[in-house]
Design a protein around this ligand. Sequence first.
Ligand code: ADP
Ligand code: TRP
Length: 336
Amino acid sequence: MAATKTFLTGIQTSGEPHIGNYVGAIKPALAAAESSDTLYFLADYHSLNTVKDPDRLRHNIRSVAATWLACGLDPDRTVIYRQSSVPEVFELSVILSSVTGKGLMNRAHAYKAARDRNAEAGSADLDAGVNMGLFNYPLLMAADILVMETDYVPVGRDQAQHLEYAADIAGSFNHLYGASYSFPIPQGVYNEGDAAVLPGTDGRKMSKSYDNTIPLFLPENRLRKLVRRIPTDSTPVEEPKNPDSSVVFQLLTHFEEPARLAETRKRLEAGGMGWGELKDQLFEAINTEVAPMRVRYERLMEPDSELDGILAAGAVRARERSRRVLAKVRRAVGID
Ligand code: ADP
Ligand code: TRP
C-alpha cells in the first residue's frame, strides 16, 4: 500500500450546483484537497439512475466539472475525472458482485426507502419503479472507492451506510483472496458539527429535489431577481425583526463579513431595516464572492474550452492507478 494516504470522493452529476453545495461540500472539499493525495470524480453513471434526458446529463457533467474547477480545484494536484472514463470501475463492480450478499443490498437505505414508499402507496409490488441501478448503487460505489485503493472518503453523513458497505465488501474479498491481494479498508470522513445546512428559498433545506435552490452561477441579473423573490413576512420596515427566523439572514451568514453581519443583526433587531434592504445586501454578498468564479465558469462552459482536455488528462492519471489495481485483483481471483 502507498505510504501517502489516498482521499477520494464522488460527485453526483444530477443537476447544476447551488450555493448549498458550494458552502456545504465544494468549499470544504477544496480546502481538504490542498494537503493530501486526492481524487475527485464525476459519478456520471450513478446519475444515470435519475437523469434520463441525455442532453441534460451531458450538460450537467460539464457544468459540475466546470464548477469545481472555477471554484479553485487545481487539476495538477487533484486528479479530476469522469467515472465513465475508467472502465476498470465497472469490471471491478462485476467481480465484487460475486462476494457481495444480496441480503446486504436488500438492507440499503435508498432501496428500503423505495419499498417503504410503495408499501405506503398500497402497491402490491414493493419493487415497483426500482431499477437495478438503484439496487446496485452501493456496489458500484464500492467499486469506485476500491479501484483506487482509497483510504479515506470525505462524504456527508447520509453516505455512512454506503461507506460501511464498501468496507464490508472489501473485507469479504480480502477474506477470500487475501493471500494474493488485499484492498485497503476504506473509511468515511464526515465533517461533523459545524457542517452548514443552507435553507432554500422556501425555508426547507436547499435541495435540487425541492426546486428551491439558488444556482451558484446564475447570471447576475437573474441572481438579483431570485434573491428579491425569497418570501419574507410583512413586518414593516420600522418594526424590530428576528434575524434568525429569516432565510435571507441565514443565507447571509455564509457570505457576509463577520463585522458587517453583526451590524446587520443589530439593525434588524432594533427595527428600521426592511427585508428589501436585507435582500439587496444578500445579493451583493453572494455576487461579490461568486463573480470572479462565474467568469471562469462561463469560459469553461464554452464548447471548445480546456474543460474536456482537463477531464481527459485526469482520466489518464486515474486509469494508471485503476489498471494497476485491477491487474492485481484479476490475478488474485484467477482471471488473468
Ligand atoms: P441536492 O440535495 O441538491 O441534490 P446533493 O445531495 O447532490 O444535493 O448534495 C451534494 C453535496 O452538497 C453533499 O455533500 C451535500 O451534503 C451538500 N449539500 C446539499 N445541499 C446542501 C445544503 N442545503 N446545505 C449544505 N450542504 C448541502
Ligand atoms: N453516493 C455519493 C452521493 O450521493 C456519490 C458517490 C458515488 C460517491 N460514488 C462515490 C462518494 C464514491 C464517495 C465515493 O453523494
